[in-house]
Design a protein around this ligand. Structure first.
Ligand code: GLN
Length: 199
């Protein structure tokens, strides 16, 4: 059984822990650098990306995180977590850094303010069956992706889900819907990576 951490500095950590348990992963909150060594994959939750960035530096996990992601640790970021996985933010706030890992440029709060949050049915590549109900809360979109990144979903012409190697990112929050198929996709990525590493 893969052990999947949820970066627990700020944001909707609990919802991700529940979703991961539902797809048969051992889910645990991760805060300190030592804890990074014990996981097979990591989720970066939604919340506020500047706050997560500053706390990651403060807790001394920013550089270890970058190193683990560079080494191929499977990671999945939702919303603020997507921003954390972008190699570049179009409009960073002062002091805001990212972990990086996906060659993409994100625009923060692209879909509007908190009260313009919305839901939309999305076709997501790699997810069979009914459309995924996308919950967008002051969500970013992806302005552009590099050659290595694969677009998995768009909403009204804007990229809202991307995968590059072992890194997955969505503008929306599957952890809030009770539909665990996106977490299932990520858990499969983690399992495949574990198998590949043990060969
Ligand atoms: N707007 C937030 C940010 O810039 C993201 C919102 C979310 O994660 N729901 O970090």
């Amino acid at each position: 059984t893969p052990v999947i951490g949820v970066l627990a500095l700020q944001g909707d950590v609990r919802e991700h822990l529940i979703a991961l348990a539902a797809v048969d992963a051992v889910a645990r909150p991760v805060r300190r650098p030592e804890e990074l060594a014990e996981i097979d994959g990591l989720v970066i939750p939604g919340g506020e990306s500047t706050t997560i960035s500053k706390l990651a530096v403060l807790f001394g996990v920013m550089d270890p995180l970058r190193a683990r992601v560079r080494d191929g640790l499977p990671v999945y970021g939702t919303c603020a977590g997507m921003i954390m996985l972008a190699d570049k933010i179009l409009d960073p706030r002062s002091g805001q850094e990212t972990i990086g890992g996906i060659d993409m440029i994100v625009r923060r709060n692209a879909f509007g303010r908190q009260n313009e949050s919305f839901e939309a049915a999305l076709d997501v590549k790699g997810i069979a069956g009914d459309p995924v109900e996308g919950v967008f809360i002051r969500a970013p979109w992806v302005e552009s992706v590099g050659a290595e990144a694969e677009v998995l979903a768009e909403h009204e012409g804007h990229i809202v889900a991307v995968r590059q190697g072992n890194a997955l990112a969505t503008s929306f929050h599957p952890e809030l819907t009770g539909d665990h198929r996106v977490h299932g996709l990520f858990a499969d990525m983690v399992r495949a990576n574990r198998t590949a590493e043990s060969l």
